[in-house]
Design a protein around this ligand. Structure first.
Ligand SMILES: [Zn+2]
Length: 185
């Protein structure tokens, strides 16, 4: 799989949007990678699931952990490729927790997957869930990175595509806020 193939898929599915966005990190941005737009086409998105699974194929993964809409779909499909169990977390008042019914045995090797990260916040919380269960966080598979911040997740991190022209601004310094452009919903 080439980065170009994913770039084409992103373009075809209009997953990279332009507007005035508030990110999960609280920062504002003029471009937003809406992975769910791409995941509307499971067969086309297959190259993404297969590639993440391929990169961690030799890591003896036991569980694939994801959160939120896009992350849950990614986790489910990557787990299917690896032939292992899936675990899904969701956010409640700022903290991620495993949905009831999912659990990790002690020592389980966990792969975290996510669509994109700005500051690594979600991935860090998901890795923490694994550690709290005395499981072993083995790696993080990300569909895309914005290349804005140096993100150290303290484990093997694989990124399928580095997006160009992405930004992230604190609301106080946001040029779009200064132009009184309303947030895109
Ligand atoms: Zn703004």
């Amino acid at each position: 799989m080439s980065e170009q193939a994913i770039a084409q898929l992103i373009e075809k599915t209009e997953a990279l949007q332009t507007g005035h966005f508030q990110l999960a990190s609280g920062l504002h941005a003029s471009r937003f990678f809406r992975c769910i737009k791409l995941l509307r086409y499971p067969q086309a998105a297959e190259i993404i699931f297969a590639e993440i699974a391929h990169r961690f194929a030799n890591e003896n993964i036991d569980y694939v952990l994801g959160a939120n809409e896009a992350g849950s779909i990614l986790a489910f499909e990557v787990a299917k490729h690896l032939g292992v169990e899936v675990a899904i977390a969701c956010e409640k008042s700022g903290t991620y927790k495993l949905i009831e019914g999912f659990a990790f045995p002690v020592g389980a090797r966990v792969l975290v997957v996510d669509d994109i990260t700005t500051t690594g916040g979600t991935a860090k919380q998901l890795l923490a869930i694994a550690r709290q269960a005395s499981a072993e966080p083995v790696g993080v598979g990300l569909v895309a990175t914005k290349g804005l911040f140096n993100i150290d997740l303290s484990c093997r991190t694989e990124v399928l595509i580095s997006l160009q022209g992405m930004d992230a601004m604190s609301p106080e310094n946001c040029t779009l806020c200064q132009q009184q452009i309303p947030l895109t919903t």
